[in-house]
Design a protein around this ligand. Structure first.
Ligand SMILES: [Zn+2]
Length: 242
């Protein structure tokens, strides 16, 4: 699982003067509150309810969209919120299922077709990946990353940048990276030149499963080309990010 700190300001080059009232520093309180809110949906399994207003992936995705909309209201409408969707199926989605991502677009002032994507997955899973009924709080995996994406939007939307920032909450990831594929297709449709994708998964967990704890470093996974790279493997790597 990949994790990154918020956020690569350096990647975005020097920001232009601040617009705004938006928050200029990261709030641990907001991060915690967002994680707790996502846990409160009970499960965010991709195959859980799309229509229950309190429990399931539908409610969670709607909540994520509402957060971005509220953030945008604080920056004079600087975010465009869209929910690309598609019917998907696969080995972990046995019947065609509606899949929605939440995407907020902060347009660049100089080269808006160049984008940096900051993403996490809002869906969760239980021990049995096909169990869409049991509680699956997913506080670490990946409400933590989703909270990071929301907080990044709150903080970075207070300034303008030469290129576009995309904030994305993906669903369908635990069922086979379907949300990532949907976002990739959406990016292609929009003609975006994707300069970087910062995928945040299990953020802030400083202790590994081997018991070793290290709170002072951030692990960045960024795979280089393989020795046996072929065109088909390259295409697969591009699609899946590794
Ligand atoms: Zn994850």
């Amino acid at each position: 699982m990949k994790r990154l700190i918020p956020l690569s300001l350096a990647l975005l080059a020097a920001p232009l003067p601040a617009l705004a009232q938006n928050n200029t520093s990261v709030s641990t309180e907001r991060l915690r509150a967002d994680v707790e809110r996502m846990v409160a949906f009970g499960t965010r399994h991709t195959l859980s309810s799309q229509t229950d207003p309190a429990r399931g992936i539908g409610a969670a995705v709607d909540w994520g969209a509402a957060q971005f909309t509220a953030i945008s209201q604080q920056c004079g409408g600087c975010l465009t919120v869209v929910l690309p969707e598609q019917m998907v199926s696969g080995p972990r989605i046995l019947t065609p299922t509606r899949l929605r991502n939440v995407v907020a677009i902060q347009r660049g002032t100089e080269r808006p077709d160049e984008v940096v994507i900051v993403q996490a997955h809002i869906d969760s899973r239980a021990s049995d990946v096909m169990d869409a009924v049991s509680d699956a709080p997913g506080a670490n995996d990946d409400a933590s990353g989703s909270a990071l994406v929301l907080e990044a939007a709150r903080v970075l939307s207070g300034q303008r940048y030469p290129i576009t920032i995309i904030y994305a909450l993906l669903s369908g990831e635990e069922q086979g990276l379907h949300g990532g594929a949907l976002l990739a297709d959406y990016a292609a449709q929009q003609g975006w030149q994707v300069k970087a994708v910062l995928k945040n998964d299990i953020v802030g967990g400083s202790c590994g499963s081997d018991g070793v704890c290290d709170a002072d470093h951030v692990r960045v996974f960024s795979e280089g080309p393989r020795a046996d790279l072929s065109p088909s493997i390259r295409a697969d790597q591009r699609r899946k990010g590794g």
